[in-house]
Design a protein around this ligand. Structure first.
Ligand SMILES: [Ca+2]
Length: 485
């Protein structure tokens, strides 16, 4: 009995242009609907039950917080350890009865009309608009429609084609349009011809060095290069060659290629003298100016299986939780350290390495993180010439290791390529990739005013674009988010 509340037409129409003030909606610095479960049911049930975010989304599948992501804990909490609640969380606590899992949906409905943060917007409307019902600094403030006549020659609705041309030129080509460019743009027959000219400009620039470089910079926080131990280490301490990572990253996100190959590529990428990229198959021996990639093809999983990825994330760890967490954060947009994307697996965490992760304050995250990590344990971290290779016996040194089942998004998978396929086909991957491009192009996060456009962008990434980043960028250029000054 889902509510599908976002189909409420009245609330949809109430959106429109606006700006956010204060914290950035549900995307902000949140922390734990999860721990809500710790309290409910009384002190006798202090075991971790981090099922809150998933149950919330089964009640409200259409709200922004559940689109390709899960709500973060600050929806209800001001702190998860020790647990403390904001007004919305307290509203919920006062009406929850008995079993948390069974009574949450009813309790959520019961408090929809309240306004615990006193900002004049009901909790339900805040959920629909992607703001926080328990935070007075998180709300959506509509901006009045501009007064005065628009320039009829360049405006299609509020979309300003001259503005869009300038923005496209600066963003994709790194330069302003010249006076002559603008003159010939103005002289075009009609709006359609002008919009086509903008797309032609974008097309030309997406292959040029400026944009290729911009894409590589988007890789920085995902690849996390460390110059001192890179292939051309100035101190002679080379651990791996992350230029392979950058080339694959750029390859998958340019040239109309399938961006899912960020996670599913079983090949590597070379660069020709002219800057063009091409696939290379098989394992790579160290040669000339390039470092090796010794991992066998059948164990490859794109960016989350390069030698550098295991160096910088796994290092010397037997059960490389950091590696799984970085893959989840970088390519699926969910940071487990911030209680994001928690999808607990029953019976977990097993605590195979006896780190004490079954304690309540750890178990909330580790019931997601540990089963997400197991398959990474077969890949060597820093280990001389074997760095980044696969070894079936590697986890045997973990005390209670008994080949535990790996899960991602609650789905059991057999190995890292399987993990990566589930990840690459998920809503979270589409949303995260679209958001990365949106934020780079517009230099801001998608906000409540962008809800419909942003959802259209990432949902169309698979269906309409065939996961081509270029095609998504062309659709982005046509949005009001891009073309309305
Ligand atoms: Ca409110």
């Amino acid at each position: 009995m889902s509510m599908h509340v976002a189909e409420n037409g009245k609330t949809r129409r109430a959106l429109g242009r606006g700006r956010r003030r204060g914290v950035a909606g549900l995307q902000g610095a949140l922390t734990a609907l999860c721990a809500l479960a710790l309290w409910v049911g009384g002190a006798s049930q202090v075991e971790a039950k981090p099922s809150g975010p998933m149950l919330f989304c089964s009640a409200y599948p259409d709200v922004p917080a559940c689109q390709g992501q899960l709500p973060q804990c600050s929806l209800c909490h001001t702190s998860t350890s020790p647990a403390a609640w904001n007004g919305y969380g307290l509203d919920l606590l006062t009406v929850l009865t008995g079993n948390f899992d069974e009574s949450l949906e009813e309790a959520l409905v019961e408090i929809e009309g309240k306004d615990p943060d006193g900002d004049g917007v009901s909790s339900l409307d805040e959920l629909l608009m992607g703001t926080l019902p328990g935070d007075v600094n998180s709300f959506f403030e509509p901006v009045p429609e501009p007064s005065g006549p628009a320039n009829p020659r360049f405006d299609v609705g509020n979309y300003d084609q001259r503005f869009a041309l300038r923005r496209a030129s600066l963003t994709f080509c790194g330069q302003s349009p010249s006076y002559d460019d603008l003159k010939s743009f103005d002289a075009l027959d009609d709006d359609d011809a002008r919009q086509a000219a903008i797309h032609e400009l974008v097309d030309g620039c997406l292959t040029q060095a400026f944009w290729q470089e911009a894409i590589e910079r988007l890789g920085d926080q995902r690849i996390r290069p460390v110059f001192a131990v890179g292939w051309d280490s100035p101190i002679g301490l080379s651990l791996a060659d992350y230029e392979w990572d950058y080339r694959l990253f750029r390859y998958a996100l340019t040239g109309d290629r399938d961006a899912r190959e960020l996670l599913t590529a079983d090949y590597h990428v070379e660069e020709g003298p002219d800057g063009s990229l091409r696939k290379v198959e098989g394992e790579i021996a160290r040669s000339g100016g390039a470092g090796p990639q010794p991992l066998v093809v059948e164990r490859r999983a794109g960016m989350v299986s390069t030698q550098w990825f295991f160096v910088i994330n796994t290092m010397f760890s037997a059960l490389p939780r950091t590696t799984a967490a970085q893959a989840y954060r970088a390519y699926l947009g969910m940071d487990i350290a911030q209680d994001q994307g928690l999808i607990p697996v029953a019976g977990e965490p097993l605590d195979v390495d006896r780190k004490g992760v079954q304690q309540a304050e750890c178990a909330a995250c580790h019931s997601t993180l540990d089963p997400l990590s197991y398959t990474f344990a077969y890949y060597e971290g820093i280990r001389g010439g074997a760095t980044g290779t696969y070894r079936a016996s590697r986890p045997n040194g973990i005390r209670d290791w008994d080949d535990p089942q790996t899960f991602i998004f609650g789905e059991p998978v057999d190995d890292l390529p399987g993990w990566a396929r589930v990840a690459a086909n998920s809503d979270a991957f589409a949303r995260n990739t679209a958001q990365m491009l949106f934020e780079h192009v517009l230099q801001r996060e998608p906000g409540p005013a962008d809800l419909a456009e942003f959802e259209g962008l990432w949902r169309g990434f698979g269906q309409d674009d065939g996961y081509s980043a270029n095609k998504l960028l062309h659709r982005l250029v046509d949005t009001d988010a891009f073309g309305v000054p």
